[in-house]
Design a protein around this ligand. Structure first.
Ligand SMILES: NC(=O)c1ccc[n+]([C@@H]2O[C@H](COP(=O)([O-])OP(=O)(O)OC[C@H]3O[C@@H](n4cnc5c(N)ncnc54)[C@H](OP(=O)(O)O)[C@@H]3O)[C@@H](O)[C@H]2O)c1
Length: 244
């Protein structure tokens, strides 16, 4: 069997109704995984579901900022070999405009949701013992910050710290935990950045990345590596996908 194969593995992908999550679900299915996709938007989640290769996939709508939705999602899950956290929002808040609400909004989806979903899955024993894998999508901005990104970047930094502890806690049961930290990738989130700033700002970002903007499939292929047995000796890493 090819070490990059996902045949026989079941993978949950959050944020699968858009961008990196959608592409990760599709690419994982191309590698043979049975995929459970989750997101909030029914139409877009179903579009992802229709794009999956092979059979046996599931789609489950859930707002991961609502505990009862997390509980319902966990209850409906089969035993997983892989878990990819790809939810997030990219609202920008200059420091002087940060309020309790801004902090709560960003952290609830970019940090709390992943942490609480992971807790639910572990608590209900829905993650296979042995060679299982959890992947968090952080951001290169924890190392190369940008103006106005204080909350987004702080939530990602918290997620990276959480992932390192999780890797320690789960190693003895054979679960690997890794983060990837992409630079700018062509997704709806990047379009929002263009709207919040300007197309010129996005052009400047592209010029700074030696290999230009990433495509979602560049991120998805890396996540497949982390889900597959090819990475069975890789845990507690945080891989920068920066285009150089
Ligand atoms: N794109 C980039 O350049 C880039 C770079 C570095 C890191 N990242 C990170 O990569 C991840 C994915 O980004 P993306 O570009 O794919 O973003 P995206 O296209 O905006 O997708 C975000 C996903 O998160 C889901 N989501 C948002 N709030 C949710 C909630 N309350 N409950 C459940 N799902 C929710 C959305 O679901 P619905 O649409 O169904 O609501 C959507 O599927 C994020 O964590 C982002 O920070 C992205």
């Amino acid at each position: 069997m090819n070490a990059f194969d996902l045949k026989g593995k079941t993978v949950l992908v959050t944020g699968a109704s858009s961008g990196l999550g959608r592409q990760t679900a599709i690419t994982a299915s191309e590698h043979g995984a049975r995929v459970v996709v989750t997101g909030r938007n029914n139409t877009r989640l179903n579009e992802t579901y229709e794009l999956l290769h092979g059979e046996g996939h599931q789609q489950i709508l859930a707002d991961l900022t609502i505990q009862s939705d997390i509980d319902r999602l966990v209850g409906a899950l089969p035993i997983l070999d892989g878990l990819v956290h790809s939810t997030g929002i990219s609202e920008l808040s200059p420091a002087r405009f940060i309020t309790e609400e801004v902090i709560a909004k960003t952290f609830r989806i970019s940090f709390d949701a992943s942490v609480l979903l992971t807790a639910g899955i572990l608590g209900k024993k829905k993650l296979a013992k042995g060679s299982s894998s959890i992947v968090f999508i952080s951001s290169i901005s924890t190392r190369y910050p940008f103006v106005g990104g204080a909350m987004y970047i702080s939530a990602k930094a918290a997620l990276e710290a959480y992932a390192r502890v999780l890797a320690l806690e789960l190693a003895s049961r054979g679960t690997r935990v890794n983060c990837i930290a992409p630079a700018f990738v062509r997704t709806p989130m990047l379009n929002e950045t263009a709207e919040n700033f300007s197309q010129e700002a996005v052009n400047k970002i592209e010029e700074r990345q030696l290999l230009g903007l990433g495509d979602p499939v560049d991120v998805a292929n890396t996540i497949v590596f982390y889900l597959a047995d090819a990475s069975k000796w890789v845990s507690a890493t945080n891989l920068i996908l920066g285009g150089g």
